[in-house]
Design a protein around this ligand. Structure first.
Ligand SMILES: Nc1ncnc2c1ncn2[C@@H]1O[C@H](COP(=O)(O)OP(=O)(O)O)[C@@H](O)[C@H]1O
Ligand SMILES: [Mg+2]
Length: 237
């Protein structure tokens, strides 16, 4: 569903992502692992279309369509959802209002309201957070759950979670992982993480390891366990 061929991304003159080749498939959960600074967020930004992380070389195809020159909002409309490592706060805008804007006339406001409330309950989100400005005073875990809520309602084909486990307590992590597992049908999830914690709760179909901007290894769920035990350097050497 998402195919990257010979992808290279430069920031300034520095090549950050180097010759990345991989095809992500529908209905699967992928974990992208790698030490800090290995290029994981860069990969996520390049897929989502962040203007500072344009492809220098290579092709990026979503369901066979070249999207390397598409704007982030066009990619979002095509079904790509990126949840940021550090979700921003929006003052004066609630998650409900944001979703209403994003969905336009696609969903009846009342129906949307019900859906937001039901999903919030399933994600164990404090109802008060739904009526507040987005992420205003929300903890790390609550912000990530609100991202998950948006992903659930917008119903994208491809969901990328950048460091969803950072600053999230174990209970929230379990809720998020269960939710993801129950919603993966027909979708592709890319879960970016620098450690194995979330992978105790969600079993990835494939694990990709990035080191210094290169895809150095692809394996099954066991690879993540091995990395946890031995560390990146040992597993890769
Ligand atoms: N906007 C930027 N300007 C300069 N260097 C950047 C920028 N974005 C990323 N980098 C560099 O690229 C490398 C990979 O960063 P990043 O993709 O954020 O890694 P990760 O998410 O794996 O921790 C790092 O060395 C980082 O400093
Ligand atoms: Mg990162």
């Amino acid at each position: 569903m998402l195919q990257l061929k010979k992808v290279s991304v430069k920031v300034g003159k520095k090549e950050i992502l180097k010759d990345f080749n991989f095809e992500f498939e529908k209905g699967k959960v992928y974990a992208v692992m790698g030490p800090n600074g290995s290029g994981k967020s860069t990969l996520a930004y390049a897929i989502a279309g962040h203007p500072a992380y344009k492809l220098d070389v290579g092709s990026l195809k979503l369901d066979g369509k070249e999207i390397r020159d598409k704007k982030p909002e066009e990619r979002a409309k095509m079904g790509i959802f990126l949840s940021f490592q550090n979700p921003l706060s929006l003052s004066g805008v609630t998650v409900f209002q944001l979703l209403r804007i994003a969905l336009g006339k696609k969903k009846d406001p009342l129906e949307l309201k019900n859906e937001v409330e039901t999903t919030a309950r399933r994600l164990k989100i404090n109802p008060e957070l739904i009526s507040r400005s987005l992420n205003d005073g929300a903890s790390g875990g609550e912000k990530k759950k609100l991202e998950m809520l948006q992903a659930a309602i917008l119903d994208p084909k491809l969901v990328i979670f950048d460091e969803i486990d950072t600053g999230v307590d174990v209970d929230a992590l379990k809720t998020i992982a269960e939710f993801m597992d129950g919603n993966k049908k027909g979708k592709t999830f890319i879960v970016i993480t620098h450690y194995n914690r979330i992978l105790h709760y969600i079993k990835p179909d494939k694990v990709l390891v990035l080191m210094e901007g290169k895809l150095v290894k692809v394996g099954g769920a066991k690879l993540a366990e091995e990395i946890e035990k031995k560390g990146y350097e040992k597993v890769m050497s």
